[in-house]
Design a protein around this ligand. Structure first.
Ligand SMILES: Nc1ncnc2c1ncn2[C@@H]1O[C@H](COP(=O)(O)OP(=O)(O)OP(=O)(O)O)[C@@H](O)[C@H]1O
Ligand SMILES: [Mg+2]
Length: 333
């Protein structure tokens, strides 16, 4: 803990040019970040693609004091977007994933016994508040609403009282930022997709700036696949993106009609990347008469569908990729 604190105490806030940081072109608008990254700064992901909705989160970083709530479907890039922007500004990030038994000590800290002595160990929220950093609470909509509402004071900018540490009062550092992510907008989930999410207290939700992150546009996902699976032919990557969007469209249509049509699974950006990566890994199967794209689809997502949906997903695949699916003959070896 002493090491953690000395690292955090050495971090120096600095004014940076927002344009240079976010787009490589100076803009004259300043954004406060840190002079250098630390071990708490997320690693930059060179294959990360900033898309249109990324702008909202970047604007929030400019000087927004309200906490931020980022919501959107599974695997659309909410958590990674926040962490990638934090990385550009060298922010230390203290990340926690919500669960329904999460309680305050997990966030604030607790007493530990070390070398026969009791001492207080700061939790992620306390560290971010006291030394300046971004506190990222993922899956916030799974929290028990009364636990979540217990954060209202912090969200309002009030100090945090820590009775276990001799009643220490942690005043919010000017570089403290609070970001929550969730699959719902806090009104709970009517689709049944996000089991475990709960309707949150309205006064709690009222404190946030909200940003919705949907799946990126096809051009962005194509760029993403070009970076993550560069060895796949561009036409194949483009068809994979079209296929993913068709599955999303059919899935949404089924959801809104409340129909009992088979398609109950959808394609996240996470799944799309996995599918492309597996297709590369399974290339050797082509010489054994198997289709890598078909084989990978099951492993990337179709195995979690009910049998009828899986059949449907493969029929659809056939329509999109007829020529690519035809396995190479063994004589081509
Ligand atoms: N724009 C993007 N550029 C590069 N990678 C991305 C992008 N969007 C998502 N990903 C990748 O997809 C995966 C899922 O992203 P992430 O965990 O951020 O999604 P999420 O929306 O937080 O998901 P969940 O709803 O499950 O919490 C990660 O591996 C991430 O790197
Ligand atoms: Mg997430």
């Amino acid at each position: 803990m002493a090491d953690t604190i000395s690292i955090l105490e050495r971090l120096k806030p600095i004014n940076l040019d927002a344009g240079s940081v976010f787009s490589g072109k100076p803009s004259g608008t300043s954004v406060v970040g840190f002079a250098k990254p630390s071990v708490f700064t997320p690693a930059k992901d060179q294959s990360y693609i900033f898309h249109d909705e990324s702008r909202d989160v970047a604007v929030w970083f400019l000087d927004q004091n309200d906490p931020l709530y980022v919501f959107g479907p599974q695997g659309s890039g909410k958590t990674s977007l926040v962490k990638q922007i934090a990385a550009m500004l060298n922010y230390p990030v203290f990340e926690v994933t919500g669960h329904n038994r999460l309680e305050f000590p997990e966030l604030v800290g607790h007493l530990i016994v070390k070398d026969g002595q009791m001492s207080f160990e700061y939790g992620p929220l306390s560290l971010a508040m006291k030394y300046g950093g971004l506190f990222l609470l993922n899956e916030i909509d799974i929290l028990d609403p009364s636990t979540a509402a217990g954060l209202n004071g912090v969200l309002d900018g009030s100090p945090l009282c820590v009775p276990e540490n001799n009643g220490e009062l942690i005043v919010q550092h000017p570089m403290f930022k609070f970001v929550a992510t969730g699959n719902t907008n806090g009104t709970s989930d009517e689709t049944g997709l996000y089991q475990g999410t709960l309707r949150q207290n309205s006064a709690f939700m009222d404190r946030f700036w909200l940003v919705e992150i949907g799946y990126p546009k096809p051009e962005s996902e194509e760029k993403l696949l070009a970076k993550t699976a560069p060895t796949l032919p561009p036409e194949l990557r483009s068809k994979m993106v079209s296929y993913a969007n068709e599955v999303r469209k059919l899935f949404m249509a089924n959801l809104s009609k409340g129909s009992e049509t088979a398609l109950e699974v959808t394609f996240s950006t996470r799944t799309l990347i996995r599918w492309a990566n597996l297709t590369v890994k399974f290339q050797p199967l082509a010489w054994q008469g198997l289709s890598p794209i078909n084989h990978s689809l099951d492993r990337a997502m179709a195995f979690r569908a009910i049998p009828e949906s899986r059949v449907f997903l493969h029929e659809l695949l056939q329509r999109f990729f007829a020529s690519d699916i035809a396995p190479k003959s063994n004589t081509q070896k």
